[in-house]
Write a protein that binds this ligand. Sequence first.
Ligand code: AMP
Length: 285
Amino acid sequence: MRTVTKISQVRAIISSARHRGQQVGLVPTMGGLHAGHLSLIEAARANDDLVAISIFVNPTQFGPREDYEEYPRELAQDAQLAEQAGVDIIFAPSVEEMYPQGFSTYVEVEELTAGLCGGYRPGHLRGVTTIVAKLLNIIQPHVAYFGEKDYQQLVVIKRIVTDLNMPVEIVGLPTVREPDGLALSSRNQYLNADERQAAPLLYQALTAGAELVRKGAAGPEAAEHIRQMLDGEPLFRVQYVEAVHPETLQSVPYSGPPMVIAAAVYLGDTRLIDNIKMEEGNNNA
Ligand code: AMP
């Protein structure tokens, strides 16, 4: 495995792999690798000849009062985990490498970014789409892997690839969870013991909401039930609970799948998100 920091280096390695006819898979990350990231790497390992991951804490997707400074940066440990997982190349650029002086082009998706996290984190998704577009242009993978945990991000990335005719396949993979249901996240390490104990309620509430939908409840009714469950835990501050269409991300008035119920909560200063997707013909979530 090699770790490189320069765009020219990663380009040279990938382009010679492509010339050899190898299929290239990319897993973009911000590091702090956990089993959720590793599941994406595993999928790439199974499907592609050369597996690249990027590790870059992207400043443009953090708001002014968000956790950019505190965000975990553990490159040595990440490199070890990546190597064990069969990664061939880590691209870990500096901020200056990705945003040199004079940088002024951003990729922005309309409509899909208006609600959910996009509504509460202005500029966040613009930062995500910009960095992902850059990474896809730099590395030019055949396939790129993303987690359904960041559901709106996944939908928005599929949109840029379609709208900008980017020659890459986007694969979305299910959320990996702790045994108690908490979705793995690099931010879970911010939680204190009490918050960590309370945290699985987020998924429990979403699961209860999905169960209501399965029994015929409409989206808003299920969302309200989830909100009440979450409000019952004093450590939680609910930011949003929304039942939306899986592709348009518009709020759904109807009952039954297809539907994604997504929520964001604060536990102390830590913001956690999670969601449950109910597909047509499989309303068990
Ligand atoms: P991050 O490092 O948090 O930016 O995440 C990098 C990629 O890993 C994104 O595509 C995330 O959606 C994905 N990811 C994060 N947490 C999980 C999880 N618990 N299960 C599956 N994928 C995840």
